[in-house]
Design a binder for this molecule. Structure first.
Ligand code: SAJ
Length: 417
């Protein structure tokens, strides 16, 4: 069994730390966020993720997982799982990775392993981390092993994906790759593929970019469909009957801390990333497209009351980072609308949330922004009863048009012309 330090106990670091601890490793979570550290030491979590609360409670009670606000100097493995946010100019903000790497320097000794899990621009391990780690005086690749092993877990299914997904381990040399592979073998049941650190960085970025570009295509289809008077959702359903076609779903934009950001790391590093850049711009333009649709339906935004169902970046999670609906809300407010929001998963992070029926009270339009399970089957008659104007805009093709119309509302669907 190894002792493992996980630097950054957020959306990725915490489940990773808990998984290693559940396999009997001694795990220390190191984070500067005192709130997260204190909560973890009490066996509590401050994020919403199925199964994670129970697992953390168990491993903390067993004494295998602790947290602290300083870097421990007695661990065998140091895993960096800190955020890599984006600057205003869409370049990667690598300050957390840099600070985490620096904090390791006085703590490591001969035989230690350093792993970068944070999604990072190509060449981060070789160009940013290695020069810092050389300050340890240890022989890199021999006495101090270093690799990038990107996290690939889907929020909402984190614990399962951590265990069952395949994993890429990109070492700075073969020895690093092989030793880091052994570390992950204790928690990963899927294949573990060995490559170089820069290839691993590119793999992770291309996975999310693949999804972003494909969502951009679906969003472009939605916009074309509105222009040309067809229903994009029907086009997708029929086109996807083809054995080699799989068009994704349009929506009000791409959010979250991964797909909405990672492609920019490639744009930053390569002038060839033109399609990738354009896809990002297309997806980032979706909240504005939705706002214009609302404006066209209502004949303007100013003075209108708009009920919004859902503000997280995708269904059944509590994460509002980069949420396109949050952008939409800001834009609508900026244009003079009054917003009545219903967000059952993130009500504690947002001011003035209502329940579904209260939110619709007095509204000129109801926008279904996120397809949370809670919104699946409302009593439409009750929902629409208190609305000033009975307009429903479904941005996710989540509601049945006939049900909404039967309750007396106009039903509008994103992507249907
Ligand atoms: N979305 C659409 N249409 C679709 C699918 C998604 O508009 O057809 C939108 C969602 O509404 C959401 C955004 O895209 O706003 C992203 O959601 P997601 O479920 O596609 O992905 P994330 O960001 O939650 O997680 C992704 C995953 N990457 C891939 O599927 C390639 C996950 O495996 C990664 O670990 C994660 O990014 C990460 O941490 O990088």
């Amino acid at each position: 069994m190894k002792s493992i330090c996980v630097i950054g106990i957020g959306y990725v670091g915490l489940p990773t730390a808990a998984m290693f601890a559940s396999k009997g490793h001694r795990v220390v979570g190191f984070d500067l966020n005192e709130k997260a550290v204190n909560a973890l030491n009490k066996g509590e979590i401050i994020i919403e993720e199925p199964g994670l609360g129970d697992l953390v409670k168990k491993v903390v009670a067993e004494g295998n997982l602790t947290a602290q606000t300083t870097c421990p100097d007695d661990c065998d493995v140091y895993i960096i799982a800190v955020p890599t946010p984006i600057n205003e100019d869409k370049t990667a903000d690598m300050r957390y990775v840099e600070a985490a790497t620096r904090s390791i320097v006085p703590c490591v000794r001969k035989g230690c392993i350093v792993i970068l899990e944070s999604t990072s621009p190509p060449r981060t391990v070789t160009d940013l981390m290695l020069p810092i780690l050389e300050e340890t005086g240890l022989k890199i690749g021999e006495e101090l092993l270093v690799a990038h092993s990107p996290e690939r877990i889907l929020p909402g299914r984190v614990l399962e994906e951590l265990r069952t997904n395949s994993r890429i381990v990109g070492g700075i040399n073969q020895k690093s790759s092989e030793e880091v592979k052994k570390v992950y073998q204790s928690i990963v049941e899927g294949e573990i593929y060995i490559t170089t650190s820069t290839t691993a960085e590119m793999c992770k970025l291309m996975e999310n970019t693949f999804r972003d570009v494909n969502i951009a295509l679906a969003n472009e289809l939605a916009k074309m469909s509105e222009e040309l008077g067809v229903n994009a959702w029907e086009v997708i359903r029929l086109a996807n009957q083809h054995p080699r076609v799989n068009i994704l779903s349009p929506g009000p934009g791409v959010g979250g801390h991964c797909i909405a950001l990672d492609p920019w790391f490639l744009v930053e590093k390569s002038k060839e990333a033109k399609l990738i850049r354009q896809a990002r711009l297309n997806n980032d333009g979706m909240p504005e497209f939705v706002m214009n649709k609302i404006s066209n339906i209502l004949g303007g935004i100013s003075g209108k009351t708009i009920a919004i169902f859902g503000a997280t970046y995708k269904p059944n999670i509590d994460d509002i980072r980069e949420s396109p609906i949050m952008h939409l809300i800001d834009m609508l407010k900026g244009a003079g609308a009054l917003i009545r929001l219903c967000e059952p998963h993130a009500a504690s992070k947002l001011e003035g949330c209502f329940d579904m029926y209260e939110a619709a009270e007095g509204a000129d339009m109801l926008v279904l922004g996120v397809n949370h399970d809670q919104f699946k089957a409302p009593d439409f008659t009750k929902l629409l009863a208190g609305m000033k104007q009975k307009n429903v805009l479904d941005t996710r093709n989540f509601w049945n048009e006939d049900d909404v119309k039967a309750a007396g509302a106009n039903y509008y669907l994103l992507g249907k012309g």
